[in-house]
Design a protein around this ligand. Sequence first.
Ligand code: NAD
Ligand code: UFG
Length: 342
Amino acid sequence: MHKIIITGGIGYIGSHTVVEFLESGYEVVIIDNLSNSELSVLEGIEKITNKKPIFYEADICDENEIKNIFHQHSDTKALVHFAASKAVGESVEKPLKYYKNNIGGLVNILTNMLEIGVNNIVFSSSCTVYGQPKILPVTERSPIIKPESPYGNTKKISEEIITDTVNANENLKAISLRYFNPIGAHPSALIGELPIGLPNNLLPFITQTAIGLREKLLVFGNDYNTPDGTAIRDYINVCDLAKAHLFAVERLLDNKSNFNHEFFNIGTGKGNSVLEIIKAFEKSTGQKLNYEITSRRFGDVEQVWADTSFAEKILGWKAETSLEDTVKSAWDWEKKNRGRVE
Ligand code: NAD
Ligand code: UFG
């Protein structure tokens, strides 16, 4: 049984990934400081899997604590690094919080990996590194541009730090997964997305509106150069996304990587507009959504979706869940989570 450390494993994508690894027979050690998550998630993970991951409530930036944890788990084979701050708007107001947590935390994790000899890392990157691509769909060879936000910049810089570190340490291998837009919840509705306060992202805003927590969804702009005028994204099911981490870790452990640091787009390969997402939600849940078109949101790109052929061919991974099933899973989670609407 391989041991794996998952930082940020109580968070949205992390918790779904912990489930995948536990169900595949890995021993999982979670490090999370609960800065953007709740301990109750651990119960959901345990109910789904009937297994107990080892959990440390610890900050990845804390040098002593992280060193201690790594020394207790020196038999770890790989690490999946989710822990980071992720609110784009907040990062513009508090850039140093983002550089400290996302960059400082990564440096501390890599330092301990090298010290203990944990030789494989999978990193949570983002399609934000491509900005607004000139050619769609976007491939892994598309230009990386100067990010719009400090958050986006931490993803670009993190990828560079990992490249420099693997180049200087021949035993260390890395895979960066560039996620497109993760949505949905585990089909059991025992874990899902738990945004704190007003959600920034589309799907939680839709489900919170439908359940009556918000009055209406504001659709940010219908004057984009897209078929229905609203912005287009590649919405990827969170369980499909979680599985990509398993494929990546197995590729590293099987020594199949062609390069010390590989990059994969993780999306569906299909773009959907905001209005299409609303329609898919209404169709699959039978709920009518109250929404209104308003002006564009500052910093939004017009359209982006992934070319996923490289992930399919090299990683052997492909998104499987339909958009309808995915938005339905988000709704089932919202109902169970809030417990207010049947
Ligand atoms: P999340 O906030 O739900 O999960 C992150 C987890 O990390 C949380 O549980 C939080 O408590 C923890 N954490 C944060 N800072 C920490 C620290 N210093 N020490 C220990 N734990 C810490 O976010 P998510 O949506 O699950 O995202 C996971 C990763 O994927 C992040 O790196 C994020 O930037 C990246 N990503 C997310 C998206 C998205 O749309 N959700 C898109 C692209 C990339
Ligand atoms: N949108 C609305 N109304 C809302 C929320 C969103 O119309 O209330 C629209 C946005 O304008 C955008 C689309 O829905 O066109 C998706 O917006 P999200 O906020 O859900 O997602 P983004 O594509 O803006 O950003 C997400 C993550 C970022 C990450 C980025 C690229 O939130 O962290 O994907 O990976 F950087």
